[in-house]
Design a protein around this ligand. Sequence first.
Ligand SMILES: C[S@@+](CC[C@H](N)C(=O)[O-])C[C@H]1O[C@@H](n2cnc3c(N)ncnc32)[C@H](O)[C@@H]1O
Length: 238
Amino acid sequence: MTLRNGPTLDEKKDIGGVITDVKTRQNTVTMDKFPVPVWEWSRTMLDIAYNYPHRVEDFAKSFSRNQFYAKCWMLEVLRAEVDYTIDRQTRWWILGSWYGTLIVPLIWQYFGTLKKIHMCDFDAEALEVAERLHGTRRLMTHNIDVNWEFDRLSKVKTDIMINTSCEHMYPMTDFKTDALCVFQSTNFKDDYAHINAVDSLEAFEEQVNMTQVLWKGEIPFHDYDDHHKRFMIIGYKA
Ligand SMILES: C[S@@+](CC[C@H](N)C(=O)[O-])C[C@H]1O[C@@H](n2cnc3c(N)ncnc32)[C@H](O)[C@@H]1O
């Protein structure tokens, strides 16, 4: 990786050098209390500023207040209201995973999972950043277009299949899996990438075509208006 002008020799060791796994270095007690190791984002922001400058804005958006709300909401509902059996052996796959900025450390923190978390995205560079952020010891990335991989993904052996990017891809209607599905979408249509935004929670429920819905609900999609919603449905398709 070639670095742009700027960082000092010491910074280079951190930015472009060896990728350290989260939590392989010693923390203080206060640091251990942080639900996500936010200092890793400092290292990653520098890495991105020097090596992927076109990504700065996108990466910053991945840990906005709104993203915090949505990802924490999902894991809190999962843990407290849906599945009390999730444990360290639970297997997780994430479709349209982006950088996994919040979801990956939150899963580690909440559930202490011992299995590798699988991240799928058609954006190879986002996955590259994800590996530099989280390390690869507890993570596996798959650079695939979910739209064309329904069959292969259906055969994946996993306990939980997350897709918080349903608005970005083909409907999950015919996607088959035995796993507990945790799907999110939105009625926000003013983003060119939202090719599959839905009008309502009911429309989303119809689209995801679950045989058993365990939980459904909605929250505001933005911090600045209430009529755009983020929908979530949790349940089984088989
Ligand atoms: C903007 S991000 C996340 C949006 C989502 N609302 C959230 O808050 O988690 C959407 C991600 O889905 C990925 N994506 C979109 N369509 C995809 C597809 N067909 N296959 C794989 N990844 C896809 C994009 O590359 C991007 O990383």
